[in-house]
Design a protein around this ligand. Structure first.
Ligand code: IPM
Ligand code: MG
Length: 368
């Protein structure tokens, strides 16, 4: 019996997570997936109620769960809140305290949505990249950090980019393992031409390759070149492994290539314990979209596909994950669209309508 914690968060988070609950229910009813669902507040709604973006009680639930399903956090009403209490701080605390060092961000171009990309269809058709972003180190967490006032009254802002051997090796292993199940190629991105931490990154990734994964192809690429190659010829990539900050940027870029920012899921994984279980959090790549929140028009697909990743990586139910992904693909092929991916001739639905369509497709595909 798995324990799942749902943290819907702010903006469109609660709406899209509502559809995820229906999907989970379907798998419970029809495929014998057994789980206990818990809920809590995160982000701005938690700040408003408790004065912190995530409470210790919610953290304790997260630590005790097999998977956290996260919606989205943030909104303009919390823009002036101090850094440590911002909605985003909850996300950073969850990542850090659960030790979710490997962030998997697939950039997949759904065939029916090829035309939604800003790139030429032939460049993105069939695109399937997996970005593995280091998530608990680097400049996001490095010390010293802060803003200090200098004697002359001007100020100085400091952040520190820092990586140690094991932080690099463990995320590199995740990338090589994934590549082994995909097309067998890893591209590691850093700035070894200007940063010592980048040089160490490159050397440690090479070390893991040479000692543990000699049969996987490994390329090193400077991160700026990688950004350029992603729009020039994105299909050259299979798995990209990179640090926290470059991963933040390259994954947004890669997601946009697919034309489906509102469609892409992500998984953040920790190390497996003795029983083979790893802590994990799943969330859509898109944010809280305050402009459309509460209107019932948000696209729930990224959150639903995040649950598919949970089925695959946390619950060892690859066939169910495939089924759910096929159901999404079928709905898109059938021309059902939320507003963000609408095109002429398609049928426009809202959040719940998309949920209905996916449930119907699940039933049709599974014969249940
Ligand atoms: C992401 C987001 C976060 C990040 C923000 C919301 C803190 O951009 O998950 O990519 O920078 O990691
Ligand atoms: Mg980001």
């Amino acid at each position: 019996m798995y324990k799942i914690l749902i943290l819907p968060g702010d903006g469109i988070g609660p709406e899209v997570m509502g559809e995820v609950r229906r999907v989970i229910h379907w798998f419970t009813e029809k495929r014998g997936f057994s789980c206990v669902l818990e809920d809590d507040l995160v982000g701005g709604v938690s700040y408003d109620k408790h004065g912190v973006p995530v409470t210790d009680a919610a953290m304790a639930k997260a630590l005790a769960s097999d998977a956290v399903l996260f919606g989205a956090v943030g909104g303009p009403q919390w823009a002036k809140v101090s850094f440590d209490k911002r909605p985003e701080a909850a996300l950073l605390r969850l990542r850090k305290d659960l030790e979710l060092f490997a962030n998997l961000r697939p950039a997949l171009c759904f065939k029916p949505l090829v035309k939604a990309s800003s790139l030429k269809p032939e460049l993105v058709e069939g695109l399937d990249i997996m970005i593995v972003r280091e998530l608990t180190g680097g400049v996001y967490f490095g010390e010293p950090r802060g803003i200090e006032t200098l004697p002359d009254g001007t100020r100085r802002g400091v952040n520190t980019q820092v990586y140690a051997t094991e932080e690099i090796r463990r995320v590199a292993r995740v990338a090589f393992d994934l590549a082994g199940k995909r097309r067998g190629k890893v591209t590691s991105a850093e700035k070894s031409n200007v940063m010592e931490s980048g040089l160490l990154w490159r050397e440690e990734v090479q070390w893991v390759h040479d000692h543990e994964y000699p049969s996987i192809a490994l390329d090193h690429m400077l991160a700026d070149n990688c950004a350029m190659q992603l729009v020039r010829a994105p299909k050259q990539f299979d798995v990209i492994v990179t640090d926290n900050l470059f991963g933040d940027m390259l994954s947004d870029e890669a997601a946009m290539l697919t034309g489906s920012l509102g469609m892409l899921p992500s998984a953040s994984l920790g190390a497996a314990d003795k029983s083979g279980r790893a802590k994990a959090m799943y969330e859509p790549i898109h944010g809280s979209a305050p402009d459309i929140a509460g209107k019932g028009v948000a696209n729930p697909i990224a959150s639903i596909l995040s649950f598919a990743m949970a089925l695959r990586y946390s619950f060892n139910r690859g066939a169910d994950a495939d089924l759910l992904e096929q159901a999404v693909e079928k709905v898109l092929t059938d021309g059902i669209r939320t507003g963000d991916i609408m095109e002429p001739g398609a049928t426009k639905v809202g959040t719940a309508g998309m949920g209905d369509a996916i449930l119907q497709a699940l039933t049709a595909l599974s014969g249940k």
